[in-house]
Design a protein. Structure first.
Length: 337
């Protein structure tokens, strides 16, 4: 009764920790800062993220998760260890059971690596679940019935697409085009058009502030408002080498993101084409639910509705759907433990 079961959304950009009975207790960037001379960690999470792009030569900022899977096993272990110590789980007498999420369609080797990283923190037992399934549960969808639910989870490293029925995934796909790709698109667009170099954090700020995608809308006034959104951007001039400020508009960001959003749309279409006809009929009626940080991109539901001819909705709190989904599943661990 004293054991605290834990759910972890091990994201490429952020790690969210859910403790049974307490809810989401931690939401921190998946970042670690290492001293390259001593190989010892200097900062984790939020503190480490603030150093991104601002460190001297011997200090290295590491993002141990890449495309939703572990790219740096040792550093991921350090980060998980830090997070569990922060919530007073590490070193406690009763070892927790940990439910950890991974992208769909990863290899068994990658799935084992995720489980091993969690096990090394001292967990009694580790369960690994696929993100789109957990995201659907966290979004409030009842996936237990013989009715189709479709979820598109746009995270930092991957976009996971799945059709679920009777508690499991029927068809799914995972594409390495997601939030981080959007940031890179913005960096490259500004670099090519304005010869201005900006960093990852600036690109992310642009995405969150004026990020959008164009779609056909008969409401001309709304379109005008979208195009009026502008933002001052500071970076380094690639020609002169000096700091420079430019003003960029939301319609330019829509142009920058167009190709990546089209790739995601194409993958959603492929999953729909592979879905059994009876379940396809359910999706037409119930629609598609968007989760993850990428779901917050302005006009994305409307754009997808236009391209897919299926209703598209954004979950109530898309950023925490996976973490909240682990909370629901933690109450059911006794069925599989």
């Amino acid at each position: 009764m004293f054991r605290k079961d834990i759910g972890i959304d091990l994201g490429t950009v952020n790690i969210l920790v859910y403790v049974k009975g307490e809810g989401i207790v931690l939401n921190e960037p998946s970042v670690v800062v290492i001293d390259e001379d001593t190989k010892r960690p200097i900062a984790f999470g939020r503190d480490a993220d603030e150093m991104l792009g601002r460190t001297p030569g011997k200090i290295k900022v590491i993002k141990p998760m890449k495309d939703g899977v572990i790219a740096d096993f040792e550093t991921t272990g350090m980060l998980l260890d830090y997070l569990l110590r922060k919530i007073n789980i590490k070193g406690s007498f009763f070892k927790p059971r940990i439910l950890i999420c991974c992208p769909s369609n990863i290899t068994e080797v990658e799935k084992s690596a995720i489980a091993d990283a969690a096990a090394r923190t001292g967990a009694k037992r580790v369960f690994v679940e696929e993100e789109p399934k957990v995201a659907a549960i966290g979004a409030g969808l009842d996936i237990s019935k013989p009715v189709a639910n479709m979820v598109v989870d746009i995270g930092g490293g991957t976009t996971d697409i799945a059709v679920l029925s009777l508690g499991n995934i029927v068809t799914s796909a995972s594409i390495k085009t997601a939030g981080n790709t959007f940031d890179a698109d913005i960096i490259n667009y500004i670099k090519d058009k304005y010869k201005l170099l900006i960093g990852e954090k600036t690109a992310e700020k642009i995405k969150k502030t004026i990020g959008n995608i164009s779609y056909k809308d008969n409401n001309k006034e709304k379109n005008k408002e979208n195009k009026k959104e502008k933002m001052d951007v500071r970076g380094r001039d690639l020609v002169g080498g000096l700091p420079k400020t430019i003003t960029i508009s939301s319609d330019e960001i829509a142009e920058a993101l167009k190709s990546s959003v089209e790739k995601i749309t194409k993958m959603i279409k492929q999953v729909l084409e592979q879905t059994p006809p009876e379940l396809s009929a359910d999706i037409i009626e119930k629609g598609i639910v968007l989760t993850g940080g990428g779901a917050l991109l302005k006009n994305l539901p409307e754009y997808l509705e236009e391209k897919l001819e299926v209703p598209v909705f954004t979950a109530e709190d898309p950023l925490t759907c996976v973490a909240n989904g682990t909370g629901v599943l933690l109450d059911k661990l006794h069925y599989i433990d």
